[in-house]
Design a protein around this ligand. Sequence first.
Ligand SMILES: Cc1cc2nc3c(=O)[nH]c(=O)nc-3n(C[C@H](O)[C@H](O)[C@H](O)COP(=O)(O)OP(=O)(O)OC[C@H]3O[C@@H](n4cnc5c(N)ncnc54)[C@H](O)[C@@H]3O)c2cc1C
Length: 467
Amino acid sequence: MKMAGDKDHVYEGLKTIVGDAFVSRDIEELYMYSRDPGASIPRNADWVVLPNTTDDVRKIVVLARDMKIPVVPISGGLTLSGLAVPVKGGIVMDMRRMDRIVEVNEMSRYVVVESGVSQGKLLSFLKENYPMLRHSMPDAPPAASVVGNTLIYGSGHLSKHGAHSEMINGLEVVLGDGEILRLGSLAVSPYWFGRAPLPDLVSLFVNWFGTTGIVTRLSLKLYPAHPLRDMLIFLVQDPGTIPEAVSRITATDLMEDVLIVASRPPKSPSVISLLTVYLTAETPEELDFKKELFVDMFKDFGKEGSKIVFTPKEMLPQKLVHGFMEEPQYAAATADFKKGGGFEYVGVVLPLSMVPVAWKKGEDIAKKHGFDPLYTVRNVGLGHSVVFAFAYPFNRADEKSLKRSRDALADTNDMALEIGGTPWKSELEGQARIMARMDPMVLSVMHGIKKVMDPEGIMNPGNWEHR
Ligand SMILES: Cc1cc2nc3c(=O)[nH]c(=O)nc-3n(C[C@H](O)[C@H](O)[C@H](O)COP(=O)(O)OP(=O)(O)OC[C@H]3O[C@@H](n4cnc5c(N)ncnc54)[C@H](O)[C@@H]3O)c2cc1C
């Protein structure tokens, strides 16, 4: 138990490291860090601190280590599943001041960013300075960080290149004992161009939710930005056809992203499933060629009732197109119909072939808890897997409504594991369910690694912890 004097000592120590203006223990400010927009139970931090350099981060971790106080890194704070909520109190380390774009290597197509660089900042920086380059953007709000999203296996508009974690070239990390590691090619070279062919230590920080170290810099792969963009929208009559459809589309390697959204739009009597293929091209001829190819692909697909129907954008109600496809905030807006609204989802990484099973079981769960199905399914790689998200809106001001969502989330985690999926960026309850089913040898190796990286157990404790 920390004594009042210890608390003052920590507060003074943090002020010495970052300056008075960047530490707080005011309850109004701590309130903001006690919760995220999802359904997790709020927990209070004792201090929030905003470092400006890697050395600040190191000093804060050393202070926390000496005082045996939890440290929880937060970059954008938008995971929804409570992963940056300080479950055991302590210091929340808000990385947003460290928002420098350190280096762009145009020819080798990578960018080095600090931990606080937001998705929106990198997007506009590249548009302005390197219009021929782009990074893979998630549909998350633009305030989500590049580092936070990449470290949790995010996925986005360049999904054909895989999950965002697969786009990491290297990391600079402060470990739980205050040591600094530079991983990837930078371990032996001045260039941060890739992870191979060295033993891969980057993975020790991916999907660990900040429990093994605090990433201060990340080198991310960039991709060509073609001047022309368009999308084709298809109505899916039968979800059972999705694996075949996505498999055909991805076999061409001519799209950038394939996303399926299923929802009952406001005032619509039924759930509508739309499959969108995102395209880019260098010339109008190339774009036309690609559009024709995909439209033709589905002309004779399936029987009556199981067709994939190409629907020109002009033929869809504008609200539908706009809502589904062009505003990432749409889902949040949907959830905000009631006052105090929010939403959370279980994302599950699945083999493409399992989509129809998950779809059906998701419908059963939605029905059981009184929801309409609200799904997004994103292809990852060339049909190698999908991220299937089952979302549940709630009214934060109504405890019953929150409980209903939490119960549906729990059932969805169980269902996902039963059908052979892996829950993605799981909240604490989901992590417990995963660990309960995990191969005990894997669990034991995970705990061994954690002990080496964070001997005092101060890094985002509660997460990946055996209860
Ligand atoms: C409307 C909406 C749409 C979304 N769509 C998508 C989507 O299409 N694709 C997608 O991938 N996600 C999506 N998301 C989910 C989520 O917003 C993102 O994954 C988000 O990008 C996470 O990044 P963040 O910066 O908010 O991470 P944070 O919440 O800050 O952190 C995530 C985890 O990483 C840890 N962490 C943070 N910074 C560091 C660091 N420097 N070092 C070590 N650990 C750290 C935190 O402790 C936490 O455990 C969506 C969310 C919403 C609300």
